[in-house]
Design a binder for this molecule. Structure first.
Ligand SMILES: [Zn+2]
Length: 367
């Protein structure tokens, strides 16, 4: 079930993306016009933007100010799709993805072959396509393959391929050369958290997922290896890597598989190091994200990690399609959603990463 708000937010993001690539993509104008129509129909007469130009102007203002229904959701209300220079803001990667739906179900989508797929498809479809080959193998193959993708979203092409072969994995997704906006004089830098190439704009290097807090000033003297200076508490260790021969996964795979996967893998490994505790990552081909068992078999905890900017949007999705796990875990940076989600999802245990870590440590095992 999709809500009218899902439709209008998806339309706003698609229009914003189209606008940002209008100089290179001849079909961009038509897409902006089409999305203006979607928003107009949803808003009703006299409420929404009535021309594409008017829509583009509004995309530079918080959605809560003009998009019907957006004001009620805090994270969405503050979302500005386009920055002052007409580029897509990073916040759309974080917030907007929670809402993206297939807008044109049952008809041909003219954006299918040029809009990045996270603006056209939902997370489940991206996942299904990436892990299709793994589902035919064993549970263990599935776990290894998914973990491989989370841990290797970019790198030297030969090394990535060698690792994939060493693990006995089939090709999962396509890797492409590092794009122009993520390289500088033959070098690129991976986000210390998600390992995906950071974007470079006017001497500023940052991860497109703002919650990773990876932001750097690019210090680039002639003839020397460019260096990054951490900004606002960003991790210090970032190594310049050669663009030549380097590859990365597309942004849909990054946003829907790698970004949440970073938290899932980190938590699973952390819990697995506790004495007397065993963990399984993506067991039974992803029935849960993590299964936690003590070595004496006295209890079991099943976890699903969800990283949504909007608690309300997350709750709606889980009510529509419940997960098998009993405990919902939020990344630490989403701790402000715990109370709201406990209220909205009375049947689930809702905890942060540190909360579940403390609980499992307390339960422990016999080892
Ligand atoms: Zn990152």
């Amino acid at each position: 079930m999709t809500t009218p708000l899902d439709r209008t937010v998806t339309a706003a993001i698609r229009a914003g993306y189209a606008w940002s690539v209008r100089h290179d993509q001849p079909r961009a104008w038509r897409e902006v016009a089409r999305m203006t129509g979607v928003i107009m129909r949803a808003a009703g007469p006299g409420n929404g933007p009535v021309t594409p130009t008017e829509l583009v102007a509004r995309l530079q203002r918080p959605l809560g100010d003009w998009l019907p229904g957006a004001a009620a959701d805090e994270s969405l209300a503050a979302l500005v799709v386009l920055d002052d220079s007409g580029r897509l803001s990073d916040a759309t990667y974080e917030v907007g993805c929670d809402y993206t739906i297939e807008l044109l179900v049952g008809q041909e989508d003219p954006g299918e072959d040029w809009l990045p797929s996270w603006r056209v498809h939902r997370a489940e479809q991206i996942e299904r396509a990436a892990f299709h080959a793994l589902r035919r193998g064993s549970d263990d193959d599935y776990t290894r393959g998914r973990r491989f993708l989370v841990e290797h979203p970019a790198g030297d092409g030969n090394e990535v391929l060698a690792k994939q072969t060493e693990l006995g994995l089939p090709p999962l997704v396509s890797f492409k050369p590092i794009p122009d906006d993520r390289q500088h004089r033959g070098w690129w830098w991976a986000c210390p958290l998600c390992r995906w190439p950071m974007r470079i704009r006017s001497g500023h290097v940052s991860c497109s997922f703002p919650r990773h807090r990876a932001a750097y000033a690019l210090l680039s003297a002639d003839g020397r290896l460019p260096r990054l200076q951490p900004l606002e508490g960003a991790p210090r260790r970032v190594r310049a890597q050669l663009v030549e021969g380097a590859v990365y996964v597309d942004e849909s795979v990054w946003r829907y598989i790698v970004v949440p996967g970073v938290v899932e893998v980190r938590l699973c490994d952390r819990l697995g190091r506790l004495p007397g505790v065993d963990t399984l990552l993506y067991p039974f081909k992803d029935r849960y994200d993590i299964q936690v068992l003590p070595d004496d078999g006295g209890w079991e905890i099943t976890l699903d990690v969800k990283d949504f900017a909007s608690a309300r949007s997350l709750a709606n999705k889980l009510i529509e399609k419940p997960v098998a796990a009993k405990t919902l875990v939020l990344p630490q940076y989403r701790s402000n959603q715990v109370m709201e989600l406990r209220r909205l999802l009375p049947g689930m245990d809702v905890m942060t990463e540190s909360g579940i870590y403390a609980k499992v440590r307390r339960l422990g095992g016999t080892r």
